[in-house]
Design a protein around this ligand. Sequence first.
Ligand code: SF4
Length: 717
Amino acid sequence: MPKNNRNDCESGSERIPCGLPRGKRANEKPGPLPGDRSLSGACSGECQPPRRAIGRRSFHVEVASCTLDCPDACSLLVGKDRQGRIRIQGNPDHPFTAGFACRKIGRFVERLHSPHRITTPLLRAGGKWELVSWNDALNLCAEKIREYRREPASILHIQGDAAKGVLKQAGKLFFARLGAGTTEGSLCDAAGYSAYDADCGSRCGNDMADILHSRRIVNWGKDLCRSSVHTAALLCEARRQGTRLLTISPGGDGNGPFSDLCVRVRPGTDRLLAAAVLQQFLERGRIRTDILKHAANGPEFLNLVMKQDRAGLCAACEVGPEDVEKIASWYLEEGLTATLIGAGLQRYDRGGENVRFINAVAMLSGNLGCSGGGSYYHRPTLRNFNLDWAQVPPGRSRRSLLLPVIGREILAAQDPPIRMIWVNGSNVVNQAPDFREIIRAFEKVDFKVVVDGFMTDTAERADLFLPSAFMLEQEDIVGSYLHDFVHHAPKVLDAPGEAASDYWILSELGGRLDPPIPLPDPDACFRAPLASPYLDVSLEQLRERGFVRARRPAVAYAGMRFDHPDGRYRFPAELHDEPPPPPGYPLRLLTLIRGDAMHSQIPPDRHPSVPPVWVAPDSAALEHLRTDRESWLVSPQGSLKVTVHRLPGLHPGVVLYRRGDWAKLGGGANQIIAAGLTDMGGGAAYYRQYVRLENVSKKSSGTQQNTRRPAARRFTG
Ligand code: SF4
C-alpha cells in the first residue's frame, strides 16, 4: 500500500487565494488577534492572485454578510456594476474574511437571478401547480392549523440551515408556541458535538488565529479547499512561517498541496489509528503524569489502549507502523501541535468514538488548554447570543423526531399521526438518508408546506409552495461556527416578485390564528440576542459597524480546566472495531462536500445530467467495470446511474460522490443510502453505506432517473 500519498485531487479542487493584500482594519476595534494576522506575502504557488476589488467609486457598495451554512461566515462587500450585475467579494476590512470569498458565493448569485426561481405562492390542485395569492395561501395554512391544532403534535416543523441567523429562531419559537412537533439530531456534526461534550464538558476551541502559534498542525480529515477556504489560507500563512502540516484522510480531497506529509487511512477507522498512536506514546514513555491529573479516568483509559493489539490496529486502519510513528512524533516533538478535526469522520456508525480518540491524542500529548495546541471542530453558531427569548415556553413538552431517520419516524408516529409538515430552510427529502422512505412518509401526510425558492426534491412533495427571500434580501444577525465575530447581515436587495422572509410569513400566519401566535417585532428579535455576556454592542452600533468580535478567550480550557463539573477531562471507555464490507458491496460510499455550491443549493441548470463519481486507479472495482459504458452505483436500497472517473491518491475501497445534486435532475445519492444513527448525538451515519459499481442495463436497474434538464420556468402569473 502506498504511503505518504500526496492527494492531488482531480474532482474539482479549489484554489485558495493566499496572497492577499493586508486589509485595512475595521474602523472599530474588534480586539487583537494573536500573532501577525496579515495574509500578505508570497505563497507556495498553489494560490491565486487576489480577485479584483469591487470599485467602490463606480457604484454603491454595502457591507453585508454571508449567512450560508459555512463555518467561515464571511463579511462581504456587495454592489452592482454598471450593467446592474451583482458583484460580491470578501470584505478586506474584516480580520478573518481578509478580502476574499469562495466559489460558492458565485453559485449563490446565480441562484438569486435564476430563471428557475419561483417567486409566487403555488398551490397543488388536481396534480398541477396553480398560482395563488399570499392571502389565500396564508388563509389555507391558518385553516389547516386550526383543524390540526386540537392535537398540535400532528404538525411537524422541519427547519434547516439554508440561511443562518438569529431571526430564523423566530420560526422555531412560532412552532414551539403552537406545540407542534420538531426534530432533533442532525444531518451534519451531531456526533462530533456530543464527543466534545463528553470529553471536555462543552464545545469550545482556541481562536482560529491562534493556530499561527503552532509548531505543527494535524489536519485530521478536513477537506481544506472545500470546507473552509479561510482556514486553508490561514494554514498557508502558518506554513510560510515554518509550521509543518500533516494531513490524515482517505485521500481524494485536494489537501496534498497544503500538506508536508499525508497519511492515508481506511475510511471510518480513525479511532483505531489514534489508538495505535497512543500506544506509541506509551511505548516511548511520553504520557505525563501531570496531564493525567486533569482527567477523571486516565488510568482506565491507558489500560484500554494498552490491551489493544498493535498489529491489529495498524492492519484495521491500513496505516503502516512507520507512519504511526511519524504521527506520534508529530505530536510529541518539541513545540505545540494543533489538531483540526473534519466533520466527515463523524458520519460513520462510530463517528463519535472517532472524534473522542483523536481528542485523546491531543490531550495526552499535552496539546489541549494551551496556545499553539488545541483541538478545532465546529462550535455552536449561536453561542455568543442570548436566545432566552426564543426558548420553548416552560412546561410544554413537544414531540421530537430524529432527523437522520425522519422518514421512518414520520411513518411510525402515532397518537397522533403526522398530518401536516412545514419545511423551511431545508431540502430534507434530498439531504437526509433513505430518500424513498421519506417520500413514502410525505405521501402519507395530508398537508405539506415548503418554503423555498426552487422546486427542489422536497418542494416537489408539497401541497403548498411559499416563495422565500434569500440571503441579502432580508436582514439578520449571524455568528459563525468557526470564529468569534458577530455580523450584521443587512437587507441590500429587494426580494423578487412576491418572495418573502420566513419571519414575515409566520408573523402574517400567526395573526390569522385563533388564538393568534404573535412574534416579537424584528428589532426586538435583534436586540435580545445582543444582551449577551459575550457582546458589548447595541443594535444600532452593530448596524453601523457591520461586525464585532465577541469576548471569548483565545485559548479554550486554559490550564486544562475543562467544563465538566469537576473541571476534569473524560476519556472514552470503549474502543470498537470497524467491520469489513458486507458481501457483494465492497466500496465505501463517501458523499463529500462540494466546492462550488452549498449542500443542495445548486442552480437547476448546473446539475450534471449523470453524476460523476471517483475511484482510485488501483480500485478492484475497475477490474470488472467498463468506464466507457453505462455505469451504476448499486446498494441494497437501489441504484444510480453515474460516470466513473479515476482519482489518484484515493483509498481503493472508496467511491467518492460530491453530494447535493437533486434526484429529480438525475442525482441524489441519498436514494441509495440507508438511514442510520451515529453512536452519539443522533447524527446521520451516511458513511456506513457500502456499494458496488457495475455495468448493467437501465432496464435491470432498480432506479429510473430523470436526466432531463428543466426548461426555465417562471410562475409569475
Ligand atoms: S460560503 Fe463560506 S467562504 Fe463562501 S462566501 Fe459564504 S461564508 Fe464565505
